[in-house]
Design a protein around this ligand. Structure first.
Ligand SMILES: NC(=O)c1ccc[n+]([C@@H]2O[C@H](COP(=O)([O-])OP(=O)(O)OC[C@H]3O[C@@H](n4cnc5c(N)ncnc54)[C@H](O)[C@@H]3O)[C@@H](O)[C@H]2O)c1
Length: 287
């Protein structure tokens, strides 16, 4: 159902890879709500992923860019303003990747080149995006910038690894730049902290199926789906939230405020054995 909340607004959506991607659902909802948008992802993702299918479906252009590359980001903003015919009203950063997680390096055995990549792709790219937008004066007054994050920025989750540090930095960038961009151009910047969601990036997290079930049992409203995340995101892009900025907003069915729920307690695994999680050398694998 459409409420026309984004009628006449222009947006850029970074990070739709396939139909499971949260950014995919957000792009669909944004267009349904009346926005015109451009899409962006890495050149490899554009070649290998399904984003051109989404572009065809939504009648919008796909502009390839590595979000760690300032020149390529500049091209995305310049072209988007050209194609959409004016300044940008909303921007979604839905990007995350950790080479350490991919290579199964544990948090106490990080490869530092990989850590730099994790931080650059998953957090500093957000700063780069906003700085490029500000330098180009690309955002409209009361424009809205949103990045997706996870509660592991506040609390430690087994297996989330250096992505937790990246998310903490991402949320800090939203506050630091939120002050400057709000003060200078009334642009708002927030992070949306989403429930575990079955996506390509999500499935990189160790034991995502168990984490998904645990979070679902802990949350009084259950996990929030990607579609529900899109609904919430649309309100943040809309004029209904013009004074919300510099916030980390939980969209997690209540998970972030609960200590223990009856449904989760009921599943408490008495037979748990840490040895099942160790390798031959006796180290806990992939912690
Ligand atoms: N899935 C979850 O459980 C969950 C929960 C909370 C937050 N998030 C966050 O949501 C966001 C979207 O992830 P998703 O779950 O939809 O998975 P996804 O795999 O569909 O999306 C991740 C995207 O990042 C893109 N990307 C990777 N490196 C990039 C680069 N250098 N430049 C530009 N784009 C790059 C990928 O191509 C992909 O489109 C991420 O920030 C993720 O951390 C996910």
């Amino acid at each position: 159902m459409s409420y026309n909340l984004l009628k006449g607004k222009r947006g850029i959506v970074f990070g739709a890879l396939n139909e499971q991607s949260i950014a995919w659902k957000i792009a669909e909802r944004a267009v349904e709500e009346g926005a015109t948008i451009t899409l962006s992802n890495t050149p490899v993702a554009v070649r290998m992923g399904d984003i051109s299918t989404l572009g065809d479906k939504l009648h919008c252009e796909v502009i390839p860019a590595d979000a760690t590359n300032v020149e390529e980001l500049t091209n995305v903003f310049t072209r988007s303003m050209d194609i959409l015919g004016g300044k940008i009203d909303f921007l979604l950063h839905s990007i995350g990747m950790s080479p350490n997680v991919r290579k199964r390096r544990t948090y106490d055995d990080l490869d530092y080149d990989m850590l730099n990549k994790t931080l650059d792709i998953s957090a500093i790219s957000f700063h780069k995006m906003i700085q490029v937008a500000k330098n180009l004066d690309a955002m409209a007054e009361y424009g809205s910038i949103v990045a997706l994050t996870y509660v592991a920025a506040q609390r430690t989750f087994y297996g989330y690894n250096d992505m937790a540090d990246a998310k903490a930095l991402l949320e800090s960038i939203a506050r630091s730049f939120g002050y400057i961009y709000g003060r200078d151009h009334s642009v708002r910047i927030n992070t949306l902290s989403q429930s575990p969601t079955m996506t390509t990036a999500g499935s990189g997290v160790k034991g995502i199926d168990k984490l998904f079930d645990f979070a679902d049992r802990m949350s009084p409203l259950g996990n929030a789906s990607a579609e529900e995340c899109a609904d919430y995101c649309i309100t943040l892009f809309s004029d209904l939230t013009r004074k919300v900025t510099m916030q980390n907003l939980y969209h997690d069915g209540g998970f972030s405020s609960i200590g223990m729920s009856l449904r989760a307690m009921g599943m408490y695994e008495k037979g748990f054995n840490l040895d099942d999680y160790k390798n031959e050398a006796g180290n806990v694998v992939y912690g």
